[in-house]
Design a protein around this ligand. Sequence first.
Ligand code: G3P
Length: 227
Amino acid sequence: MQIPVIIVNFKTYKEATGESAVKLAKACEAAAANAKGRAKIVVAVQAADIFRVASAIDTKLVDVFAQHIDANGQGKSTGFVTAEAVKEAGASGTLLNHAEHKITDIAKRIATAKAAGLATVVCAANVAEAKTIASLTPSPDYIAVEPPELIGGKVSVSKAKPEVVSDSVAAVKSANKSIKVLCGAGVNSREDVEKALELGTEGILVASSVVLAKDTEKALAELISGI
Ligand code: G3P
């Protein structure tokens, strides 16, 4: 198994915007350095902050991902977020189809991201959606299952709905063994991460318990301790 991944989604939280995004990313960098290779840390930041964050941290230690890209190519597409632009700004991957930013042309976006050299993490709300995404061509690198009703809460998906996690792992792997499965929503403790890995995932996607923590480094260290 590869090193488990922890993706910290900055969303559009005030605490994770602009200079605060840099501060948060630096705390993630410090936690990644202390993890000594036990976990791969990724920060998924707003498009406007990609360059600022990627320029301020060691991107060999912490990967910077976009939270979303559009399928539009470069040229006549005012206001869209192109894969090429986020790559050029310093992103090495992108989230797609997050519960808070659903899309319908997932395969097209994966193809667009891949063509620009971006890794892809496609979110799924449930087992059925995870299964559908797993059989797309081209396939994503990761599928992250996140039941929307648990997002932003205090109870983790791995505790509240373990069957959704394990059934998603089974469904994805039966469609395409090379896709890695993550889970997210409500993840906030060492036990939540331990349980997620026990259920067959290769990492987690997290936001509020890290972004809104008083001590980011401590909150992330707690999650890393579950690996
Ligand atoms: O993308 C991660 C996310 O939706 C989970 O959010 O706040 O429940 O960790 P949260």
